[in-house]
Design a protein around this ligand. Structure first.
Ligand code: AP5
Length: 191
């Protein structure tokens, strides 16, 4: 069993790298952003609530996100491990994840932080916004997402440093170069 948190600011490449990790290591992917966007598309009650936060670049409240994650873990069959993408995003979420995994006699094996500077992530997200149709990929909301990341999410780094599972990775370069850096970290964890 290998549980990985892929972490970093908006646009740091969490989703892009998760796809490659799944392919190479066969892990299950849980992306809270993707789950929320699916709920929004289906116009569910949860989707309506989530949209109001996402469109403003704010975090969806912890109790909603933690409940959603718990439901997802409850229906998880036998898997080789999970890559958590976009979760946890607050200290409260990190504590809740630890508790939920402990019930399964598991823990997070490694937290991989993709380090990318603000100019690069802004450029990436503005470019994606031209074609993605994502309501939060516009300059005003991107700047808000970065501020929210710095205030509410970056403190999660210290949580995993204290746990001894933190690994910082240079998240700039080509997608393949970054993936090789990530793979080297995961391979060490699998030994
Ligand atoms: P979420 O979907 O998690 O968005 P995010 O964290 O802002 O991250 P992104 O999906 O924008 O970027 P990414 O890091 O995955 O990068 P990607 O690979 O796509 O969350 C959206 C919203 O949902 C949040 O703002 C919040 O409101 C809510 N939410 C979600 N989870 C929550 C939680 N746990 N608690 C509370 N609220 C929550 O890459 C970005 C772009 O860059 C792509 O176009 C890609 O092709 C390109 N790219 C990737 N790598 C490279 C590279 N090396 N070089 C050049 N371009 C690259």
């Amino acid at each position: 069993m290998l549980n990985v948190v892929i972490f970093g600011p908006p646009g740091s490449g969490k989703g892009t790298q998760s796809e490659k990790i799944i392919e190479r290591f066969g892990l299950e992917h849980i992306s809270t952003g993707e789950i929320l966007r699916t709920e929004i598309k289906s116009n569910s009650d949860l989707g309506k609530i989530a949209a109001s936060f996402i469109d403003r670049g704010e975090l969806v409240p912890d109790h909603i996100i933690v409940g959603m994650l718990e439901n997802k873990l409850n229906v998880l069959g036998a898997v080789k491990g999970v890559i958590f993408d976009g979760f946890p995003r607050t200290i409260e979420q990190a504590c809740a994840l630890k508790m939920l995994l402990h019930k399964r006699e598991e823990d997070i094996d490694v937290m991989i932080n993709l380090e990318v500077d603000n100019a690069e992530i802004t450029e990436r997200l503005l470019k994606r916004g031209e074609t993605s149709g994502r309501s939060d990929d516009n300059l005003e909301t991107i700047e808000k997402r970065i501020r929210v990341y710095e205030c509410q999410t970056a403190p999660v780094i210290d949580f995993y440093k204290k746990e001894g599972t933190y690994r910082g990775i240079d998240g700039q370069g080509t997608v393949d170069e970054i993936f090789e850096r990530i793979s080297a970290v995961i391979e060490v964890c699998m030994v």
